[in-house]
Design a protein around this ligand. Structure first.
Ligand code: T5A
Length: 207
């Protein structure tokens, strides 16, 4: 039996790493086998280029090129994700995915569908949870914000607007995080994830 694919999305510093780790822990506590994957995966050869680009504004690449590299970074892990879900029956939890690829690049002015096209064929999650802030200052005030290229308040506001385009996707759920503790956010995520892990279709949907 195949395992579910779960995605947590959000703006920079919105708490994705904190929440994906807590979710993995909770799933493991219930006896499930789980693999956490973070995108971009900065350890691969493509991921290393992405890492340099994010850390230095001196690193010049066209918006189209970096967009395709982010997508290629996901395709590098395509077979591994399918193998984990089907052969190993491991729940896969992703920290960012295709949605980030589209939202960040379309916030720069690239077309939404153009941005989605390179990821067509990647497995679709059974559930995607977006950590949503109404008050964007709550994320931008967090420690570490501003260290990387996209961590600029105006740009994050535009990215948040682009993410709303996914609200009609059936797998998409917003979890509002303004003024909520880590545990409160985790409990909301758990309440959304729990019914999904117990009732998935055998067939993996694709973008
Ligand atoms: N990108 C990514 C693209 O442009 N295209 C793509 O295709 C992809 C995949 C790097 C950049 O790449 C872009 C988007 C990004 O700009 P990243 O490595 O995921 O992506 O970078 P970040 O989103 O910045 O990841 P971070 O690990 O820095 O942030 P997280 O994971 O969202 O936040 P987290 O959990 O580390 O928490 C941040 C701080 O907030 C605190 C935590 O303790 C921590 O200090 N915190 C809370 N504080 C108060 N209340 C809560 N509820 C809190 N939850 C967490």
């Amino acid at each position: 039996m195949r395992a579910p694919l779960i995605v947590i999305e959000g703006l920079d510093r919105s708490g994705k790493s904190t929440q994906t780790s807590k979710l993995v822990e909770r799933l493991e506590d219930t006896g499930r086998s789980v693999k956490l994957i973070k995108f971009p995966d900065r350890t691969t050869s493509i991921g290393k280029l992405i890492d340099q680009y994010l850390k230095s504004c001196e690193y010049k690449l066209s918006d189209e090129s970096i967009h395709l590299l982010f997508s290629a970074n996901r395709w590098e892990l395509h077979d591994k994700i399918i193998d984990l879900l089907t052969k190993q029956s491991k729940i896969v939890v992703l920290d960012r995915y295709v949605y980030s690829g589209v939202a960040y690049s379309s916030a720069k002015g690239l077309g939404f569908q153009w941005c989605l096209n390179p990821d067509i064929g990647m497995p679709k999650p059974d559930i995607t949870i977006f950590l949503k802030f109404n008050d964007i200052v709550q994320t931008t005030a967090r420690a570490g914000f501003g260290d990387e290229r996209y961590e600029v308040t105006e740009f994050q506001t535009e990215v948040r607007d682009q993410f709303t385009k996914f609200e009609s996707f059936p797998e998409w759920h917003n979890v509002y995080v303004d003024n909520k503790s880590i545990d409160e956010v985790h409990d909301e995520i758990w309440n959304l994830v729990k019914p999904v892990i117990d009732g998935i279709n055998e067939e993996i949907q694709k973008f």
